[in-house]
Design a protein around this ligand. Sequence first.
Ligand SMILES: *[C@@H]1O[C@H](CO)[C@@H](O)[C@H](O)[C@H]1NC(C)=O
Ligand SMILES: *[C@@H]1O[C@H](CO)[C@@H](O)[C@H](O)[C@H]1NC(C)=O
Ligand SMILES: *[C@@H]1O[C@H](CO)[C@@H](O)[C@H](O)[C@H]1NC(C)=O
Ligand SMILES: *[C@@H]1O[C@H](CO)[C@@H](O)[C@H](O)[C@H]1NC(C)=O
Ligand SMILES: [Zn+2]
Length: 586
Amino acid sequence: MLRAALFLTACSAAALSPRQQPSAPNPSSDEVRPLVWGDLNFLHTTDTHGWLAGHLLENEFSGDWGDFVAFTESMRAIATSNDQDLLLIDTGDRHDGNGLSDATPVNGNLSLPIFCKVDYDVVTVGNHELYTGATALQEYNTVRTHFGDKYIVSNVEVLDNDEWRDLGAKYRLFQTANQNKTILAFGFLFNFEGNDKSYTRVTKVEDEIQKEWFQELLNNLDSVDYIVLAGHIPVRGWPEFRTILNAIRRVNPTIPVHMFGGHSHVRDYVIYDDNAVALQSGRYVETLGWASSNFTSDADADAESGASATFSRSYIDFNRRTMLQHCNCQLKSEKGQSITAEIAKIRSELELDTYLSYVPQTYYMDRAPYPSEDSIYSLLESVLQTLVSPKEVVAKGNTRFVFLNTGAVRFDLFKGPYTKDTTFILSPFRNKWFYIDDVPLEYAEQVLLLLNGYNKVLLQANSRFAGAHYLSDLKNADQSGVSMHAPTFGYVTEDDLDDMGDDTVHRAWLFYDVPNAIQSVTNRRTANTTLVFHNFMQYYILEALFLISESDGSQFEVKAHGGADITELVSDYFNTHNKHNEHHSR
Ligand SMILES: *[C@@H]1O[C@H](CO)[C@@H](O)[C@H](O)[C@H]1NC(C)=O
Ligand SMILES: *[C@@H]1O[C@H](CO)[C@@H](O)[C@H](O)[C@H]1NC(C)=O
Ligand SMILES: *[C@@H]1O[C@H](CO)[C@@H](O)[C@H](O)[C@H]1NC(C)=O
Ligand SMILES: *[C@@H]1O[C@H](CO)[C@@H](O)[C@H](O)[C@H]1NC(C)=O
Ligand SMILES: [Zn+2]
């Protein structure tokens, strides 16, 4: 109630006529910093993973794809009226993570057409588009067909009717609509190796840029005003962007280069040199990245630094309130409204709101320490106890170790109804359980230590620590809980510029380190144990056992275990648990 009251005083309620999904909550009333515009402006999305309906349980991210489309229309109109340009960019990973994309028999079948309603200028591919040949061909046949030469994939090929073809255009050379600037755009995927190799080929970035098509472009940069280097690549700590930039810099030391990255799901901004910067715009439709540049005319150019452009960036919280403020408009758009309605219709057809159980409190992946009451991994340690083993395993009566890689969980679990949608949000991977019997207890007890020494298990997970630092000290601590104007918690991103890039002024969320894997041990007694794990972890478990047993491991036989997947286990757990605790309140 307090939030609602504050909200009404801070912002005119009339302006917020709801467009976002009907059950979405209203955003906070925290201060919103204005965007800095320039000659050339960008809106950037990445790692949307199907979240086109927005976040129905988190008020700061409650805008939906219809709101976004309306916003882009208004922002384009503002740019045009000021004789500036606005380009829209997406850097991949469009499914695996939300019911809207994953609840259809063919993943992305209904969500991709919605995604395509944004009038993007540059769209590239993520690793999640390449895990199976089917999704890669779906990209080729639908997303590429829709965007045409704006679908840019510089280093990936797909097998189409027995012929290897470029997944998208290798680059795009175009003029901007208003200032008639010449833009050269690329779309690279990081050096990904987990793709379906029968149907897709990823060429390493360092090899692709040796090829003639790229070298020829480098030799003709004189007519280019600005390079847009889109990539499904983290902007910090990964070598790929640097490799491409170095190649450009060898032939042109000052041409402006703006990189737009993704993959590690963080907000981040890296200054590579005086004329090259990189923006990464988070994940899951929480963040709308904003970037802008002014061209520096020769007269103002600083001869020494050779600055050819200026740069600015913001991370917009994805909700109607921030959008309304930035466009100073009504966000009224028929197209936007029809997209919102279509999303609601698909959600209802897919029965995503189907109630399965009730989550009595919020559990976090890395916004709570592990172990703790609020940690989703601590919760899962209890939940995994309820996994039912096959008769022959139970009959042996061995101590059971269930292992889970923390990357199997993709998002926090919010207090509220646990729905069909939640199952896809919690874990889109429908992993199966496997087991190894009669592993000596002294071996079993060492497995987790080894797993947590490996970095690999978690590479595709959620490591926010690969990116910008999120401030770990509470900003405005003196205001906390006392002042009526204390901001709510949210992203406070410390990047290469400063800690003021987040458009909404929040108190900083804290982020904690989490291990690669956890274990849930029952019945610790017997000399022999049974190890249970997901197919995804099999390689690492066996690797650990080889090391521990100092053998070739042939004595460890992997068998199918069966049993409910973690999304069912969690739902059943709450149904049982809530009955006990009378917490249940629908
Ligand atoms: C969705 O499925 C239909 C029917 O199989 C197919 O024609 C269409 O191309 C698919 N669209 C996408 C985006 O997968
Ligand atoms: C836009 O720029 C291109 C390349 O510099 C030039 O050829 C073309 O004439 C320009 N068009 C307009 C309308 O000024
Ligand atoms: C571009 O120039 C305008 C006018 O001087 C200024 O207000 C704006 O901050 C500049 N934007 C960037 C990105 O430098
Ligand atoms: C432990 O497993 C080994 C290998 O299957 C077996 O030979 C041994 O008898 C088992 N020990 C116990 C105490 O069950
Ligand atoms: Zn992703």
